[in-house]
Design a protein around this ligand. Sequence first.
Ligand SMILES: Cc1cc2nc3c(=O)[nH]c(=O)nc-3n(C[C@H](O)[C@H](O)[C@H](O)COP(=O)(O)OP(=O)(O)OC[C@H]3O[C@@H](n4cnc5c(N)ncnc54)[C@H](O)[C@@H]3O)c2cc1C
Length: 269
Amino acid sequence: MTTNPSLNPTQAARVPQKPRKVFRRIKVTRVKQLTPHMVRVTFTGDDLAAFAWNGPAAHIKLIFPEDGQSEPSMPDPDGPRPTRIRTYTPRRFDPSAPELDVEFVLHGVGPASNWAAQAQEGQVLVVGGPGRNYEIDRSADWILLVGDDTAIPAISTILEALPATMKAYVILEVSDALEERELNSPAQVDITWLHRGSAQPDIILEQALRNFQLPAGDGRVYVGAEASVMRRMRQYLLKDLGLDASRIITRGYWKVGDTNYPDHDYGTD
Ligand SMILES: Cc1cc2nc3c(=O)[nH]c(=O)nc-3n(C[C@H](O)[C@H](O)[C@H](O)COP(=O)(O)OP(=O)(O)OC[C@H]3O[C@@H](n4cnc5c(N)ncnc54)[C@H](O)[C@@H]3O)c2cc1C
């Protein structure tokens, strides 16, 4: 164990230790191709029942095998950080099975996308988390959910957790009509699918947000998108529309050109 050399042993004993992340070995039980570019992988695991599902739009860390490994090593808390670690959304968790679903966008370039494209029953990953989730304000009149393909799992978990009294407006950008899918919610949902085609990611998503007429009443907004576009959308919501920051959550889910984008980019810098 490492100690802070500037503290004497009594002081060091009083310094609160950051809780260590729990990592679990999970095994693929099912793989389902949802659309041409989205695959759902169902995992189970000996100690997965203890996974503490904490609500919608949370995140997990998945560790993928390095070249030559049949399964990833468990991370050593005192060792180097694994390189093939990526952030995903726990899409569905059933503690009785136990089963955890994760939905992967096959964007085609990184280790996570590559792994998902070949996922098969019996393969093993390591999962850590879950991390911070989205708190639904059940007293709000409406919610606006804006995202690209990577945010569809998170937005799906939010939609499923909404009260029936709420009105949900959903704007989603996918590559083409084949990526559209059914989303379930007890709320009254008004969904708009946007097709990116050959346009730069999330540009038409930003345009659709700018064209959206905010309804009357008390609303909330959740945005999950490419980090640079997310920042512009956040500024639009705050400065042009004058929304209070407490009413909006914006998350960068990935960034053009960056690998392993961090899990804590809320665009608040
Ligand atoms: C809180 C949170 C939750 C997330 N949940 C999900 C989820 O449930 N499902 C999901 O599919 N993704 C999700 N993501 C996004 C995912 O973490 C990133 O897409 C990640 O980069 C994928 O890792 P990779 O190894 O495939 O690519 P990386 O090695 O990280 O990146 C390789 C290259 O691919 C580019 N790239 C990454 N993502 C995309 C993309 N979507 N489209 C085009 N190019 C891309 C990068 O810019 C980079 O140039 C989430 C991200 C966050 C922060």
